[in-house]
Design a protein around this ligand. Structure first.
Ligand code: PLP
Length: 484
């Protein structure tokens, strides 16, 4: 492709991206394809002859169209235009230093303490190269393990335990699988809105220490995926003060960006995070206006990462690194080479400003409050937990006069009804997609707001669809019961 062809194809790409975004409203919310659709549509081997770019772009249009903000897309576009391996400072000074700056911007935006800033030279932030909160969690567990074993040379690896709660995202179990370590999920209670309390942690520590186990990291969550639960990090921090070898990591992959607004910082336990957490992670690609991927991790002490992960063969040595003048981010994560991800974050933060970013978050929360008020006012539905920021968890109530069958409990009947409803709304409408979850054996549905273009009318439309599906689902469910 020569430069003029690139110019033409580039304009066309932008046109198509614009058309795509303009048409989002009318597209089905979940992909309508069947498994195997693409495998069957594509040749099994690469083409022998070069293809025309138009053909390639048309195929993208036809076969791929995936599902952020437009600023972020432009950032990625520019990022692709600089060939950039990024494996040490010298190979890409701009990639390294823009990331250092932008990570400090993001830390300040969400209120993290100065000890998490790159600028202070001790702590710092990094965009994870394998790009997800799950990788960040593995990196954290590796660093926590290395620190623990350094401080407790008698500890045997098979005795180490990763602590999570039953509400922790799959990243806790995944880290255990990858590292070959035991994971213990501490139980949480509905009366504390599914957040972990200090007592439950203290109890588990007592039990595990008695059986010779060595918990070395606790993965707390602010804003769980299931219900937006928040662990009680003040209490947890207090308990962990007596166990300074145990690393506190806080996963706030979804909710962390809400801390940009001062009014949500208390809810998000920001003070406790700044006081007690060794590390903190959030994804700007979820609710933070940046297109996938931008998973960020901050640590109080970068030494803990580099002590565990620094491998510097001769061919990667540079005089700047040897002199201690630069950050080589490759020692802060698993991958070596890295993309220029900070560009898109830089674009987004500059284009929105702190004010615009906060406005986006506040709109999400307000829209969810609107949804929650519709649920509360409805005789047919109920909220299962208190709405958390931009997430509501709800379910259908049992219709009045339902007689429980033998062996049936109110909960099992409720779960049965709600499963029937969920199956129906999933099959019936290509306009709404509700993910389900289980909260301590209670089947429920999640309603989450977060996209930049979501407006009140979309929430109202969703509520109409939910009510219509519920009506028929409930009638069918009742009819089936009387037949049986
Ligand atoms: C989405 C989410 C994750 C997983 O994020 P990845 O970056 O895809 O690994 C982890 N924890 C929470 C709370 C999440 O919401």
């Amino acid at each position: 492709m020569d430069i003029e062809e690139f110019r033409k194809a580039g304009y066309q790409a932008i046109d198509r991206i614009c058309d795509y975004y303009a048409s989002l409203q009318n597209r089905p919310v979940v992909s309508q394809v069947q498994p195997g659709y693409l495998v069957d549509a594509l040749p099994a081997s690469p083409p022998e002859q070069a293809e025309d770019f138009d053909t390639i772009a048309d195929d993208f249009q036809k076969l791929i169209i995936p599902a952020c903000s437009l600023e972020g897309i432009l950032g990625d576009l520019y990022s692709s235009s600089v060939s950039n391996p990024g494996f040490n400072w010298l190979s890409s000074p701009a990639c390294t230093e823009l990331e250092q700056v932008v990570m400090d911007w993001c830390a300040k935006l969400i209120g993290l303490g100065d000890h998490f800033l790159n600028r202070n030279g001790i702590g710092g932030g990094v965009i994870q190269e394998q790009t997800t909160a799950s990788e960040a969690c593995i990196v954290v567990c590796v660093a926590a393990r290395a620190r623990y074993v350094r401080e407790n040379p008698d500890a045997k690896l098979e005795d180490l335990v990763i602590y999570t709660t039953t509400q922790t995202h799959s990243l806790g179990v995944k880290a255990g699988l990858v590292l070959g370590l035991e994971v213990r999920a501490l139980p949480v209670k509905p009366e504390y809105e599914y957040g972990l309390r200090g007592d439950a942690l203290r109890q588990a520590l007592k039990e595990d220490h008695a059986r010779g186990k060595r918990p070395f990291v606790f993965i707390g969550t602010v804003g769980t995926t299931s219900s937006g639960a928040v662990d009680n990090l003040e209490e947890i921090g207090q308990v962990l003060k007596e166990h300074p070898c145990i690393w506190l990591h806080v996963d706030s992959a979804w909710a962390g960006v809400a801390m940009a607004c001062p009014e949500y910082r208390e809810y998000g336990k920001l003070d406790a995070i700044n006081k007690y957490a060794e590390s903190y992670g959030t994804n700007f690609h979820k609710w933070g206006l940046v297109n996938f991927d931008a998973s960020m991790l901050w640590v109080k002490s970068r030494r803990n990462l580099t002590d565990a992960l620094d491998v510097t063969p001769e061919f990667l040595r540079t005089k700047q690194h040897d002199a201690g003048l630069v950050v080589d981010y490759r020692n802060w994560h698993l991958g070596l080479g890295r993309r220029f991800r900070s560009l898109k974050v830089w674009f987004v933060l500059r284009r929105y400003g702190v004010e615009g970013f906060r406005k986006h978050i506040r709109e999400g929360v307000a829209l969810n409050e609107h949804f929650a008020s519709l649920v509360r006012a409805s005789p047919d539905f109920e909220l299962v937990t208190t709405p958390s920021l931009a997430l509501s968890v709800f379910r259908l109530k049992l219709p009045s006069g339902v007689v429980l069958k033998e062996q049936e409990t109110t909960l099992s009947a409720l779960n049965d009804l709600n499963r029937a409803f969920h199956t129906r709304i999933s099959a019936e409408s290509d306009k709404i997609f509700l993910t389900q979850t289980m909260l301590n054996n209670t089947f429920c549905m999640r309603f989450a707001v977060g996209a930049q273009r979501t407006k009140r009318e979309h929430v109202d439309q969703a509520w109409q669809l939910i009510q219509a599906s519920a009506r028929t689902a409930r009638e069918d469910w009742l009819a089936k019961r009387t037949r049986a």
